[in-house]
Design a protein around this ligand. Structure first.
Ligand code: CA
Length: 755
């Protein structure tokens, strides 16, 4: 029978216990009358009396600042259940966490939200190192945006210790601070050869961290990487897990990754350390989103077969298939040579890059050996240069691979490598997925359903949209006057548009924004003029993103103080990334005093994107975009994407654009900049401009600059640091201005200088 799970129904449950297996629900499992507890103390008392086979119910409601500690032992035939009274009705908020030690325990139905853990992780599969958890299961739990306010305070959401544990059907969404979402730990002997199963989870939106330490899954660490972990990761759905280069960092031996879906994830499943990994029947679907990647192979005896890779755009370490070079006699924490590995029967459709001997440099000089690359199908009709081969691939045996007619396979000396048959590859679709006609044994060969948002995680928790886009809400008409914008912001919902009628808008107080909002001039009218007294006009706080369109912003009425700004980030660390878009605007007279910036950012804040288009900046005493607050050389930076197009910068005392990323870390993609069709005149020459530049790009990883005029301005400085940045300069005219670069390793076309 099937009882609703209420207190009265527990006693009525007469369903026979089913063996612990897949698909059963707790409704069928409960046999004995349950104990209902409503606090950590009551749980502790209930656990003192608990016997194998018992069920303890955690009472419906909100548990605030509650640290649950479970230490109990069921048996192989009689699990102890510690479960929500009703799924979706038990919330842990504030500084709550759960710590599970013992054996044969089943934890279900907990929701963590509106807070963060004060300990190292939200769910820990051990009490302490002498009390791990073995044969335990955590299922149907939710961790939703449970983050501290400091983005670089590190924690985990889940740490799995012990052996034979299962973590399944959980919904984990919105990890935004530093630290892996789920880590399998191998610290103690009892944590190795663990045979954990991580399955049917939904790992949701994990935004760009802008630093190393944003992996969604990590199994082991370099220190224990030669130990067997034997962890199975299967049937999970990863959606927009964009934290860093590694979606998954496998750092131990004998792990299996099978039948997982990676949907629009920026990064790769990386076999970072450890050997004998099996990666098969996985789906990587990029939908042409930037930096989406596939599988990155390092170390020995790795098997990568029957995977599906489509629409992935990532380059270098985030290609669709990446085989790395190793370091001779590598220390544990660097790169072991690829040996004895097999890459076969993978279907690669419309992906931009396959990278072989990636990372080849003076240190990483050991090319792959005794490795096969066979029976793969690589289809891409619109791109010829899919393969990038950085070094000697004679240690890889290529055979029976099918390629689209147009794809070339030049080795590092430009000679085509054998083992590829160029042919007209016909792609058909079944349930939306590509199939290569005539190659039925290529791509996933599994009877299991492909993981999706619908067949993973929990069914009872509402799915929210964590990426509110501009201009998706209602239009609110705003009339000119004093503080009318403020009143409209107070009324607006995220995604709304404030439409300003022509006239003057004066703001007497600094505004703070915690929603996604567009402020635009009413269509077809002349520019509304915005003036403001206090600095900044708008501060972007957590949750805030701003688009301005068709406005004239003037600093003429601003207080006569130094260091004003139009827009700023929070002055405190931000956990949410922000977006700033400025289109069709005029920004003038930011000069009542010195160092008046257009955008002022603070440390530990991060922009997903800053987009300036068709906008004039005139008469500014400070900087326009000065993103240089992460001064330590640790690979942290302030913005991922910068687009500046069709803009004019005139009489700017500070820099127009200054991006800074220090250090040689290779875990991230940004900063990236696209700067085009713009003019710079008398920029950067203010005596307080410490940057001494009009444009300064330090440590950027991708820069495309084209059709620019730079006149009577301070220098353009390119300081290239990280590995292999992509830098392209084209059609740039310098007049009374210079270009300084520490490296010539970039493409330049038609750069002219005139005095
Ligand atoms: Ca990493």
């Amino acid at each position: 029978m099937f009882c609703l799970l209420t207190l009265s129904s527990i006693a009525c449950s007469t369903s026979p216990r089913m063996s612990a297996g897949e698909g059963e629900s707790k409704l069928q499992q409960i046999q004995k009358p349950a104990n209902l507890v409503a606090s950590a103390e009551e749980l502790s008392a209930a656990l003192d009396r608990v016997s194998p086979g018992d069920t303890i119910l955690l009472a419906n409601g909100t548990w605030v600042d509650t640290e649950l500690k479970i230490n109990a032992n069921g048996t192989a035939s009689d699990t102890i259940y510690i479960i929500a009274e009703e799924n979706g009705q038990v919330f842990f908020e504030g500084q709550s966490n759960i710590n599970i030690g013992g054996s044969y325990l089943h934890v279900e139905g907990l929701v963590f939200r509106n807070g963060y853990t004060a300990t190292s992780s939200v769910i820990t599969f051990q009490n302490d190192k002498s009390t791990p958890c073995n044969h335990c299961r955590v299922t149907e739990c939710v961790i939703d945006n449970y983050n501290p306010s400091e983005r670089f305070d590190a924690d985990y959401w889940v740490e799995i210790y012990g052996k034979h544990n299962r973590f399944d059907h959980n919904y984990l969404v919105g990890k935004r601070n530093r630290g892996v979402t789920l880590a399998v730990r191998l610290k103690n002997v009892g944590d190795r050869e663990n045979f954990h199963r991580i399955d049917h989870n939904y790992f949701g939106y994990n935004p760009v961290l802008g630093s190393n330490g944003g992996e969604t899954l990590r199994i082991g660490t370099s220190h224990y990487s030669l130990s067997n972990s034997n962890t199975i990761v299967e049937d999970n759905y990863f959606e927009r897990c964009n934290g860093e280069l590694e979606i998954i960092s496998s750092k131990s031996c004998q792990n299996t990754f099978e039948n997982n879906t990676f949907y629009e994830c920026q990064g790769t499943l990386t076999m970072r350390h450890g050997n004998e990994t099996l990666v098969q029947n996985n789906y990587f679907i990029g939908n042409k989103k930037s930096n989406t990647g596939g599988i990155r192979i390092i170390n020995e005896t790795q098997t990568v077969r029957h995977n599906y890779l489509e629409g992935l755009t990532g380059y270098r370490f985030r290609g669709a298939l990446v085989v790395m070079n190793g370091v001779p006699n590598s220390p544990l924490n660097r790169y072991f040579q690829v040996k004895d590995s097999d890459i076969s029967h993978n279907l690669v459709v419309d992906c931009d890059y396959v990278q072989l001997c990636a990372g080849s440099d003076e240190e990483r000089s050991s090319t792959p050996i005794n490795t096969t690359f066979m029976n793969n199908v690589i289809s891409n009709d619109r791109k010829d240069e899919v393969f990038t081969i950085y070094d000697d691939v004679s240690g890889i045996s290529f055979s029976n691979n099918a390629l689209s007619q147009n794809i070339k396979t030049p080795d590092y000396q430009g000679k085509p490598i054998g083992g590829f048959q160029q042919q007209d590859i016909k792609v058909t679709r079944k349930s939306g997925l590509a199939q290569a006609v005539g190659h039925p044994d290529v791509g996933p060969q599994s009877n299991k359903p492909m993981p999706t948002a619908d067949n993973t995680g929990v069914s009872w928790y509402p799915r929210k949209n964590y990426q509110i886009e501009f201009n998706k809400g209602k239009v609110i008409t705003v009339l000119p006057g004093e503080n009318t914008i403020q009143k409209a912001i107070d009324m607006a919902a995220s995604g709304d548009i404030l439409s300003l009628e022509p006239g003057v808008y004066h703001q007497t107080r600094s505004l703070s924004l915690q929603k996604t909002l567009t402020i635009r001039g009413a269509t077809g009218s002349s520019f509304p003029v915005i003036t403001f007294e206090r600095s900044p006009f708008i501060a972007l706080e957590n949750g805030g993103s701003l688009s301005m369109d068709g406005l004239h912003i003037s600093g003429k009425k601003s207080d006569d103080d130094s260091g004003n700004s139009v827009i700023s980030t929070s002055r405190y660390a931000m956990i949410d990334n922000y977006k700033l878009m400025v289109k069709n605007c005029k920004v003038t007279d930011l000069d009542v005093n010195h160092s008046f910036n257009f955008l002022k950012v603070y440390k530990n804040t991060f922009a997903d994107s800053i987009h300036l288009e068709n906008t004039e900046f005139n008469n500014v005493s400070g900087h326009i975009l000065n993103l240089d607050k992460e001064i330590e050389a640790t690979g942290i930076y302030n913005v991922e994407n910068v687009v500046v197009k069709n803009c004019q910068f005139k009489d700017i005392g500070g820099s127009a654009i200054h991006l800074y990323r220090g250090g040689r870390d290779e875990s991230t993609f940004g900063p990236m900049i696209w700067l085009s069709d713009s003019k710079f005149e008398n920029v950067g020459k203010g005596k307080r401009n410490k940057n001494q530049s009009a444009i300064d790009l330090s440590g950027v990883q991708h820069a495309e600059l084209s059709n620019l005029q730079i006149r009577d301005s301070e220098k353009m400085n390119l300081h290239l640091i990280v590995g292999d940045p992509v830098i392209k300069l084209k059609d740039i005219e310098f007049k009374n201005a210079v270009l300084i670069s520490n490296s010539e390793a970039y493409q330049k076309t038609n750069i002219t200088f005139e005095n």
